[in-house]
Design a protein around this ligand. Structure first.
Ligand SMILES: *Cc1c(COP(=O)(O)O)cnc(C)c1O
Length: 381
């Protein structure tokens, strides 16, 4: 593929991905149009079986979105008014939003400055008799210190819900994200590492009783047709969306490998050669699927402006930690300085499995142009 020098670099390239998988995706969608079981059709169960096998969890239950997965997980755990759920303020709003929606209180614990994930060593001090669950987020695609978090939860008899909306496919000590705790929740939002063509999500657990509860909650709390044994939601994932994910799942491992390759190349080209730039650390006992490739700089505005001028999109995940959001300030009970500083410094670069090295070089050159730093002498790849 030849490209002109000023062609726009895509932040996430869904068009190139579709072109690469068009026949399989179209065929899967046509199957659904032919059988017309648009709700809970055969592709739903097929995807759930495939994803359970992929993660190693005993059960997978698809649902309407990643947000809905978090809600259903907390409902299955019977989180209610008066309860507290420990989580990170440095995340997408849905994480804390579902806690508050159920009348419970999010208790924010600050993050690590290098991984941007919840700092497990600070969680013990936040546990009270009202704590019902810990909800860590595997931010940017990398799980946090799950062993430490699970051990703490076990000691207090509470559940751990991994918000794995960004990390499906990541490994933690040889195990897959979504299968690292009581319940794992993921999202198939189009730009996530495994995306559908609308909204979609999934819940994972190896607890039979929780799986049964989550399946009932997904469909209005019914344990049999029109027999409602609990309060639930309208939270199913469309058959067509499951069909899209099934087609993409065939290529997912290859795409993850490519994302990691792209990230390592960014790491090599940027590490220690650009002043005022820090990279997100990935711990040696786990992997990231790089839902975002994020860097940190105190000169973020200058960086974003310079890249925009060269047709290179960037995004900030996330500018304002949740305890500083207008709707959540009453839950700001302690200082969270690491999250607040990260909010001013993080910026995500173009990242997808189809990013070509030439485009990646342009991104790196533009960063050097904006922040200074040695010219690209020692390129890898
Ligand atoms: C995307 C995301 C969600 C929400 O997923 P949706 O499918 O968009 O509802 C929740 N938490 C995190 C960390 C996310 O990145």
């Amino acid at each position: 593929m030849t490209r002109s020098d000023n062609a726009r670099v895509e932040f996430v390239d869904l068009k190139v991905q579709y072109a690469a998988m068009k026949d399989a995706i179209d065929a899967r969608i046509r199957d659904v149009l032919a059988h017309t079981q648009f709700i809970l059709g055969p592709e739903v169960a097929e995807l759930e079986q495939r994803l359970a096998a992929f993660t190693g969890a005993r059960h997978c239950i698809t649902c309407a979105s990643g947000t809905e997965a978090l809600l259903i997980a907390l409902m299955a755990l019977d989180v209610k008014p008066g309860d507290e759920v420990i989580t990170t303020p440095f995340t997408f709003v849905a994480t804390a939003e579902m806690i508050v929606l159920l009348g419970a209180t999010p208790v924010f614990v600050d993050v690590e400055g290098d991984t941007c994930n919840i700092d497990a060593s600070r969680i013990a001090a936040a546990i009270t008799p009202r704590t019902r669950a810990i909800m860590p987020v595997s931010l940017y695609g990398q799980p946090p210190d799950m062993d430490e978090i699970n051990a703490l939860a076990a000691r207090h008899g509470i559940a751990v819900v991994e918000d794995a909306a960004q990390s499906l496919g990541a490994l933690y000590k040889g195990r897959r994200s979504c299968n690292l705790s009581t319940i794992g929740c993921t999202s198939f939002f189009p730009s996530k590492p495994l995306g559908c063509y609308g909204d979609g999500g999934a819940l994972f657990t190896s607890d039979d009783a929780l799986a049964a509860a989550m399946k009932e909650i997904r469909t209005h709390g019914q344990s049999g047709r029109y027999h409602h044994t609990r309060i639930g939601v309208g939270g199913r994932m469309d058959t067509i969306q499951c069909a899209v994910v099934l087609a993409k799942l065939e290529h997912f491992e290859r795409e993850i490998a490519r994302r990691i390759e792209v990230a390592r190349r960014y790491d090599a080209l940027l590490a220690e050669r650009v002043p005022d730039l820090r990279l997100v650390a990935v711990r040696p006992d786990r992997t990231s699927v790089y839902a975002q490739y994020t860097v940190m700089t105190p000169r973020r505005d200058a960086l974003q402006t310079a890249l925009r001028a060269r047709g290179i999109p960037t995004a900030v995940h996330y500018p304002t930690p949740l305890h500083r959001q207008p709707a959540y300030t009453r839950h700001a009970t302690s200082a969270l300085p690491v999250s607040e500083k990260l909010g001013t410094e993080v910026v995500s670069l173009p990242m997808h499995a189809y990013l070509d090295p030439g485009d990646q070089d342009r991104v790196v050159e533009a960063i050097r142009g904006a922040l200074g730093g040695a010219p690209a002498g020692a390129r890898t790849g």
